[in-house]
Design a protein around this ligand. Structure first.
Ligand SMILES: NC(=O)c1ccc[n+]([C@@H]2O[C@H](COP(=O)([O-])OP(=O)(O)OC[C@H]3O[C@@H](n4cnc5c(N)ncnc54)[C@H](OP(=O)(O)O)[C@@H]3O)[C@@H](O)[C@H]2O)c1
Length: 323
């Protein structure tokens, strides 16, 4: 079967389509004939910076949709031919992917395989950030950085659905602002000035919840617009800067909470909790009308093209590989 691998870290050109042996499911595992693979920013970080790459060659890809091809022992009700979506720890950019049954989901109510591939990473992440970690309450004000990307597109809609009184987004360009304004955001600010803008629209009070995937020095700017008793959630480091260290000396005078979340760690350490989260999150799509539009689709062999687009910072919504 064909799969995308990289043998060295580097630019998109290190992604190569190669022939590899098809995986066989062990106990508690299934294989999936992949229809679509989701492209995530974490794949870029893996390829460029070695994020969570334990050894080379490495096979990227954290989420897929497709048909169950084969099942190992003890996988519950999964049967060959069933339409599923899965969150996996690598190897999704492939014709056949190996997945732990614990993070495989029957495609929820009437959704297509294409939509199914957009769900496993972004939906549970955005849902967990708002509801589990930040504990969104009605009338909270919410700020989301990276508002036009995968997580950001869903987080805006979920915040609105959860009763937020105002949802503010931060993006790097005006084109992206247009997309975010259709995704639950009341106002969208440019990254260069967002801290001043937030303080202006909140009369200096700041927001109740801020979600930050940028990290580095710019994390300090996000903290500066979190109001008293606010919650700041760190969930990425897209700036590639050294993470800014924050401690009690910074937080207790302000009365704010700083927290974090990683879906990869949750999947590895508590798959049952991820499953519960994912089911609640998928419900917001099937019953609540939350949408994650696919803005571009690439052939498997052109995974490099998808990475180039995501890295160009011009994409919105979700990017998929068509297998
Ligand atoms: N912790 C978790 O469990 C978890 C799960 C999923 C995703 N994430 C994180 O959430 C973020 C979004 O992930 P995604 O897969 O949905 O990707 P995405 O948002 O579709 O694309 C990446 C986003 O990062 C921003 N960005 C890119 N380069 C940047 C840079 N050098 N400095 C600042 N911002 C930059 C871009 O927004 P602008 O151009 O508008 O700034 C873009 O929207 C990523 O940081 C990812 O690592 C975390």
């Amino acid at each position: 079967m064909r799969a995308i691998v990289f043998e060295e870290l580097g630019g998109p050109e290190v992604l190569k389509a190669v022939e590899v042996p098809e995986p066989e499911p062990g106990p508690g595992e299934v294989t999936i004939e992949v229809a679509y693979a989701g492209v995530n920013f974490a794949d870029i970080k893996a390829r460029a910076d070695g994020y969570r790459v334990e050894s080379l060659p490495f096979r990227p890809g954290l989420e897929v949709s497709g048909l169950i091809r084969a099942v190992g022992a003890d996988v519950g009700d999964f049967t060959p031919g069933q339409e599923v979506a899965a969150f996996i720890n690598g190897g999704g950019y492939a014709e056949v992917a190996l997945a732990p049954a614990s993070s495989v989901f029957a495609i929820p109510g009437g959704l297509s395989l294409r939509t199914g591939a957009t769900l496993p990473s972004v939906l549970p992440t955005a849902y967990a950030l708002l509801h589990e970690v930040a504990r969104l309450r009605e009338c909270d004000t919410v700020l989301v950085r990276g508002a036009a990307g995968g997580v950001g597109t869903v987080a805006g809609q979920l915040a609105r659905m959860g009763g937020a009184s105002a949802v503010y987004g931060v993006v790097s360009s005006l084109d992206k602002a247009e997309h975010a304004l259709k995704s639950g955001y009341d106002q969208v600010f440019l990254a260069d000035t967002f801290d001043l803008d937030v303080l202006r629209v909140t009369d200096g009070r700041g927001v109740d919840i801020a979600l930050d995937p940028v990290g580095g020095e710019s994390f300090r700017r996000t903290l500066s617009v979190v109001g008293r008793f606010g919650r700041l959630v760190s969930f990425g480091n897209s700036s590639v800067e050294e993470p800014w260290r924050i401690g009690p000396g910074d937080t207790y005078p302000l009365g704010v909470s700083v927290a974090g979340f990683s879906i990869l760690t949750l999947a590895a350490t508590d798959p049952q909790r991820l499953r519960e989260l994912a089911e609640r999150a998928f419900h917001t799509v099937t019953e609540g009308g939350v949408e994650l539009p696919v803005s571009a689709e690439f052939a498997l062999a052109d995974a490099a093209g998808a990475h180039r687009l995501l890295e160009s910072r011009t994409s919105t919504g979700k990017l998929l590989l068509r297998v």
